[in-house]
Design a protein around this ligand. Structure first.
Ligand code: HEM
Length: 128
C-alpha cells in the first residue's frame, strides 16, 4: 500500500525503471533476431557481433526484469517461466559466444539459435 509521498515517488521510479528495462529488452531481442535472420539470408552462415550483443543484452536485461518490479504481488511473472527463459537465453549466449570467431558455423546450429530466440519470445508472450 502507498502510504506517503516518498512511497508514491518510489512507485513511479520503479515503474519507470521497469519500462526502461523492457525497452532495452525489446531492443536486445530486435538485435539478436534481426542480425541472425539477416546473416542467414546473406548466405554466409557465421555469428556476427550484433548477435553477440543481442544475446548479452537479453540475459542482462532479462535478469534485471526478474526483480520484483511490479509491487511483489500476483502481477509478478512466474518463477518457473523466468527460469526456463534464463536457461534458454544462457544456451543462446553460449551458442553465439563460443563460435563467434569462426568463419562459418553449422547451419543447424545457426537455425537453433534463431529457433530458441523465437521460443523465448513465445514464452514471454503466451506463458501467462
Ligand atoms: C533470447 C532471450 C530472450 C528473448 C527473445 C526475450 C523476449 C521477450 C519479449 C518479446 C518480451 C515481451 C516484452 C513485452 O511484452 O513488452 C519479454 C519480456 C520479459 N522477459 Fe524476456 N526474453 C529473453 C530473455 C529473458 C530472460 C533471460 C529473462 C529472465 C530470466 C527474461 C525475463 C523477462 C521478463 C520478466 C519480461 C516481462 C517484462 C515486463 O513486461 O515487465 N527474458 N521477453
Amino acid at each position: 500500500m502507498l502510504s506517503s509521498t516518498s512511497d508514491v515517488e518510489r512507485g513511479f521510479g520503479v515503474e519507470a525503471l521497469r519500462l526502461i528495462l523492457r525497452y532495452a529488452h525489446l531492443i536486445g531481442f530486435a538485435l539478436l533476431l534481426g542480425a541472425a535472420v539477416m546473416q542467414y539470408l546473406s548466405g554466409k552462415v557465421r555469428i556476427n557481433p550484433a548477435m553477440v550483443w543481442g544475446a548479452v543484452i537479453q540475459v542482462v536485461t532479462g535478469v534485471a526484469l526478474s526483480a520484483p518490479l511490479r509491487g511483489g504481488g500476483d502481477d509478478e511473472p512466474s518463477p518457473v517461466k523466468l527460469g526456463v527463459k534464463l536457461l534458454v537465453a544462457v544456451l543462446i549466449f553460449i551458442m553465439v559466444f563460443v563460435p563467434r570467431k569462426r568463419d562459418v558455423v553449422n547451419s543447424g546450429h545457426f537455425l537453433a539459435i534463431i529457433g530458441m530466440t523465437l521460443l523465448n519470445a513465445a514464452i514471454a508472450t503466451f506463458w501467462r
